[in-house]
Design a protein around this ligand. Sequence first.
Ligand code: NDP
Length: 606
Amino acid sequence: MPADVHTPDLDAIHERYAEERDKRIRPDGNEQYIEPTGQYAHFLDDPHTEVAERAPLFDEVTVAFIGGGFAGLLTGAKLKQAGIDSVRIIEKGGDFGGTWYWNRYPGAMCDTAAFIYLPLLEETGHMPTEKYTRAPEIRQHCMNIGAQFDLYDDACFSTEVTGLEWDDRPASDGGKRWIIRTNRGDEMRAKYVAMGTGPLHRPKLPGIDGINDYAGHAFHTSRWDYDYTGGDPTGATMTGLADKRVGIIGTGATAVQCIPHLARSCGELFVFQRTPSSIDVRNNSATDPDWFATLEPGWQQQWLENFTTLQTGGFTDEDLVMDGWTDISQRIRDKLLSSPEPDLSPEGMLRAYHDSDDEKMVEVRSRVDQIVDDEITAEKLKPWYRQLCKRPCFHDEYLQAYNEPGTHLVDTDGRGVERIDETGVWANGEHYELDCLIFASGFEVGTSYDRRSGFDTIGRDGVLLSDYWADGMRSLHGMNVHGFPNAFIVGPTQAANLISNIPHNLTEAGETIATIVAHAEASDVDEVEVTRDAEDTWVALLEAGGRSFGGDASCTPGYYNNEGQEISTAQLRNTLGYPDGPVAYFDYIARWREDGEFAGLTFTQA
Ligand code: NDP
């Protein structure tokens, strides 16, 4: 048992947190990463589906949705339920699934309990087989939603949108439509367009000198090359790696899940670590069908509300979900309530968070000692920061992987890999010769919306969305933007901002879009648009509330805190959420939908 379990010297621990952070702060922040374009573009190739030839489309649909992940599927399903039949999902992957289409690396699974993470469980009748579902089951669920709601009929896969432009001519001349151009030569038209292009869908590569000189085999984890590695997404042994020296750069949530599989399969595995992740207990379990059968109609909504309440600082009698996220909240609550006179002020809550976090992180570091045999390796795998500084990880096989004789941790003490050459990787002044190099280097988060989408949107009077948002996002409900009629953005930002369960945000957004479009169609209008006033008022409300996902500058750098860089007003706007939190937002937006007033929107007939 390490010394700090018995007598944690909190001052020394916090000092160490600051030191470790300072080691990692770099002036280039987000700019340290390379976009996979130009000479790196092949890192984006789709290894899962061969692109089928098809003639370009010049037709028209009622609603076009850009992105075939949960956002598109949920909005599509809700639109169909609302009686809107003509819905086309345009997706750059070869099928539905979004992040779950791309991320098929071995061991991929979701940390949020399946009963709340997988949407439309009651509608589809699907029983998640385990508490934390694995990627193949999630992908299958996506495909099932697509099939059940007839979303395959009009879908365009392997199709990337390259331009989106509002045609403002009168409807009688064929205008009041969006023109959608794609890399397949399409020029489709849609009365309404919605975008669910996801915050974490564009892979990024570390800006390491010589990255393009590497002559061995290389890929990003979101484009896993099973042709090379052997094995499959269910975790079968990767026989192609048995005699190979494999390197993996990155030790975030993705790497944590695939490293145990690599450790079992590779001749030798070299894990290049810049910052260790915090690894708490996973404790997955199979679902008992008898128990599942006892759930009453309406259970999923009840579970969603229960989770969101507990996870965002509220109180309920029961924790229905009991996953890694509600555990964090539960500990903070216990800490607060264990005091004879609980201090429920924001300062009191923050103190409770810090105290419970100190305890948890001592536990997390102590778990490393309990599991990892080699003391030096164990020491290097310990995270020295607060649990929520980086994406917390939960795994019962990751730390064990370092006990495999062929697995080597190459810790770089916060500096990262030095450079890459034709035959391998340089770290700590040493060269590691590799047959295969895997980039577990994550996805773009802090970059602009149009850069992440891969196209810009041209609204009324030729205004570019990127220009309109030059000083940060502006919207009503994170969804409607003035000057961009009949367009909808789908995501958590400037709305609930519930990060621990993204699909909940998307379900509500889908419902809202379906309600607006159904109303517009029933009223036979040409345009739906938010007024500038309503948009200003919404942004001002959010700014005054100051509830953002801007992260904690005292944390070790990462995408949770803009890589430790100061956050500009524009960046802050891009991460704002409803001031009273997700539960209040979901309640607010349900009332907004139901009262039929559509406050803030104008519906016009040209
Ligand atoms: P991350 O951005 O979390 O991790 C990227 C990793 O690459 C970090 O460890 C980073 O180190 C490392 N890195 C970057 N540059 C270098 C360098 N020059 N040298 C060495 N290492 C480097 O990406 P992930 O794909 O792991 O995860 C992205 C997100 O996807 C998660 O945060 C989560 O939201 C989601 N996800 C969820 C899962 C789940 O539900 N379990 C599973 C997988 C992903 P450093 O930390 O120092 O920056």
